[in-house]
Write a protein that binds this ligand. Structure first.
Ligand code: ADP
Ligand code: MG
Length: 757
């Protein structure tokens, strides 16, 4: 590649002038002396585009300015590409180093320059040798007076040098690093950083970091420490970054539009990149980090905003709900809606009436009453003459929704049908025919809803319950069943706001923040395995009192067979012991008919103890269940535990949850104490985020997405995320420049694709 020699034009300044000229109405007053003269000075090719600007008519000027902007955009693209040269072509990078860098995910020079340090180490404290204290970490500077080599044991060789700075002497000692002998010369001056040891009155530093005096690169300052890989030392990595920063630094241009940068008090990009590698201290480092984190979040949000815009431009239908039918629905409800339910419904109605497709996330802790909101949304869509679909993640939940919706919609002359994978033959044909004719108003089911052959006459609203259980492909497939279909996604996983804004960035969010029934009633007890007997004695007592509840076993793919066996064995034991109370078994492999029977009997109370794997985790609403035993609770995630707990005490009656576990890791211990001590779903989710990191919180597609964030921290940077989002959506509205669109695609395109947005 060619080394850049000429200085780049001041793009930010040129952009500013163009903006100003436009705002002032193309009067050639943005710069003294006129636009053409200004460009001649800074960017001759640009001047050629607007030749004769001073004597143009305003309309002509507007066109010329647009052309100028296009050229500028093209140049910017080029400039950004010029930093994307393969890492093999970076200065001072041979084939071996290149391979190691690639192992760290560094593929281009830009990746290298934006490699973010894991932390800073304070090597900035300098002291005269005479005043160093035992135990402190300092940089000292002095002349090497004497060197000695000591074979302490067959496998232990020491190199010991005496360093003198005129105030005193300190001994630097290295173990088994023979090459140092030749590198350090007697009589020369060096800087050393390390921890001081004072032994029998002699000052020492073991394995200090050192470099020629005056260089102040590895010592004498705050030094960035990077995540590295075996074979690539911190020193090498740091040196490679330094060399390339010197060489490519002048090519670093601002990614963020100038006004965005200034409004948010961010550094120019080149300063920020310099600042993370050569910070004056933690404060300066944080300022630089903030700029890069903002940039990253901005690009990500821009990606989401552009997709949302495209989606909106595809067009949707404005639905006109029939006020009479909607009013009747609300009047028939057996309870008063909570304030946040009312608010959510109002937001949904506004979306439905608008000429673009709704993309709304309805978020609410378990028991916050999402179902009735979904039903209200369906009534609105159906009363406007469209069809609606509700998709649940399991057959059990689809069944439950079918029952609940039928009850809620009774008397509204709405035809509801249920479609499951297990429904076949004539029954299936009958449903599908009704659907394509538009006689079925509401279809409730599992992923069977978007299989081939399922054709709606006019799907106006798709409700997706418990979104995190669904693959993205499915979300897409369902929305494709209708053109411009409105989508309402419901999630009981209370995702922290930062994560929601990132993963559902293109969605509007309604939150159900109040509980219809205050949830102070569920007591959580964490019990060790050795006290399992007592737990089941308690279960016996509860069953004798007429209560009903669950025993839950973990089930993970990797050990599915074993897990199933554990649940089955427990079921057999418990069904012998508690035969009089009715014991049922539930897991994913049980045939649908059998599942339905078990659930029905559990609801009715013929079965009062349900042994189950996590299939009951989400959404299940059996209001009179009051106890829950979670076996091997340490194998569940925190949010998952919380979901499970949401199955009991649903009417506000006292309930108890026993988590049986002897956790073996610190993380599991933290999880269980958090579960025991925190009741609030949002706080649980935040704690989960803290314990596991954002990547693990959701599925793998989402993980790839979040892990693309190199600098931003989803826990700390909420404020930054909010402003980046606002700016990005504004830029998308006003039309994003091409170089930014390109950059968004490069960084996040694939991840966004996989998310299905
Ligand atoms: P989730 O948000 O977990 O899906 P549901 O929609 O299943 O919660 O509602 C939980 C329970 O609360 C249900 O039994 C439901 O009938 C009841 N419920 C919902 N809204 C209200 C309300 N405003 N007042 C009283 N009970 C309500
Ligand atoms: Mg639900």
């Amino acid at each position: 590649m060619s080394t850049p020699t000429t200085k780049e034009p001041p793009w930010a300044l040129i952009e500013k002038v163009i903006g100003l000229e436009r705002r002032k109405g193309f009067r050639d007053e943005a710069v003294v002396g006129g636009l053409e003269a200004f460009l001649n000075l800074h960017w001759p090719e640009g001047a050629a585009i607007v030749r004769g600007y001073a004597s143009m008519a305003p309309a002509e000027r507007e066109r010329a300015l647009a052309q100028l902007e296009e050229a500028l955009d093209a140049r910017k693209r080029e400039v950004f590409r010029s930093l994307k040269v393969p890492i093999e072509e970076a200065a001072g990078v041979g084939p071996t180093t290149a391979k190691l860098l690639r192992k760290l995910g560094i593929e281009t020079v830009e990746d290298l320059l934006t490699t973010f340090p894991r932390r800073l180490e304070d090597r900035s404290v300098r002291k005269p040798i005479s005043s160093v204290q035992d135990g402190e970490s300092v940089t000292i500077r002095g002349t090497v007076r004497a060197k000695s080599r000591i074979k302490a044991r067959p496998k232990l060789e020491l190199i010991k040098v005496a360093v003198d700075d005129g105030t005193g002497v300190i001994f630097a000692i290295w173990f088994n690093q023979p090459w140092i002998w030749d590198e350090i010369e007697q009589g020369k001056e060096y800087s050393f950083f390390g921890k001081v040891l004072i032994r029998f009155g002699e000052r020492q530093m073991e394995n200090p970091i050192w470099e020629p005096a005056g260089r102040d690169f590895h010592t004498g300052r705050w030094v960035p420490i990077y995540s590295s890989t075996e074979g690539l030392s911190q020193g090498t990595l740091r040196a490679v970054i330094k060399r390339n920063l010197a060489r490519f630094g002048p090519l670093i241009e601002d990614l963020l539009p100038e006004d965005v940068r200034r409004r948010n008090k961010l550094l120019p990009r080149c300063k920020a990149i310099g600042g993370i590698h050569f910070p004056e201290g933690p404060g300066a480092f944080e300022t630089a980090r903030r700029t890069l984190a903002f940039e990253e979040l901005f690009l990500l949000q821009l990606g989401l905003a552009l997709r949302k815009k495209r989606w909106r431009e595809e067009g949707g239908r404005a639905l006109e709900p029939d006020p009479e039918m909607v009013r009747k629905f609300f009047e028939m409800l057996p309870f008063e809606l909570t304030g946040s339910q009312v608010r959510a419904l109002r937001e949904i109605e506004r979306d439905l009436r608008a000429p673009y497709p709704m993309m709304r996330l309805l978020q609410g802790d378990v028991g916050s009453g999402k179902t009735v909101v979904a039903a209200g949304a369906c009534v609105m869509a159906i009363s406007a003459g469209a069809q609606a679909a509700v998709m649940a993640p399991t057959e059990i939940l689809a069944d439950q929704h079918f029952l609940v919706f039928q009850e809620l919609l009774e008397g509204l002359s709405i035809r509801v049908e249920r479609l499951l994978g297990s429904i076949r033959g004539r029954e299936r044909d009958r449903i599908l025919e009704g659907l394509s004719r538009g006689e079925v108003d509401l279809l409730i089911g599992t992923h069977a809803l978007f299989q081939e052959g399922v054709e709606f006459r006019d799907l106006g609203l798709a409700v997706i319950d418990e979104q995190h259980r669904f693959g993205v492909v499915q979300r897409e497939a369902l929305s494709k069943k209708g053109k411009g279909t409105n989508i309402l996604v419901m999630s009981a996983t209370p995702i922290p706001r930062t994560v929601a804004l990132t993963l559902y960035g293109e969605f509007s969010i309604s939150v159900l923040s109040e509980m219809p029934i205050p949830k102070k009633n569920v007591r959580t007890v964490w019990v060790s395995e050795s006290r399992r007997g007592e737990v089941y004695e308690e279960v016996e007592r509860l069953l004798l009192e007429g209560e009903k509840g669950y025993v839950i076993f973990p089930l993970v793919e990797e050990s599915e067979e074993m897990d199933l066996r554990a649940a089955t064995v427990a079921y057999e034991e418990l069904s012998e012991r508690f035969a009089w109370a009715g014991v049922g078994l539930m897991h994913g492999r049980i045939p649908p008919e059998e599942k339905r029977r078990v659930m029905e009997e559990f609801r009715r109370g013929k079965i009062r103890l349900l042994v189950s794997t996590t299939v009951v985790e989400v959404g299940l609403d059996v209001p009179d269940a009051t106890f829950l035993v979670i076996e091997h609770a340490d194998r569940f995630g925190l949010s998952q535990l919380h979901q499970l707990r949401g199955r009991i005490g649903r009417q506000g009656q006292p309930a108890v949850c026993y988590a049986i576990a002897d956790p073996t890791t610190e993380e599991a211990r933290r999880r269980l104490s958090a579960f025991r001590d925190i009741e609030d779903g949002f706080r649980i989710a935040e704690e989960d985020l803290r314990i596991r990191g954002p990547g693990d919180l959701l599925g793998t597609a989402q993980h790839g997405f979040v892990s693309r964030l190199k600098v931003a921290d989803l826990i700390r940077d909420l404020g930054l995320l909010e402003s980046a989002r606002e700016e990005a959506f504004r830029v998308a509205r006003e039309g994003a420049p091409g170089y930014l669109v390109e950059e968004v695609e490069r960084r996040f395109g694939e991840a966004l694709e996989r998310l299905g947005v």
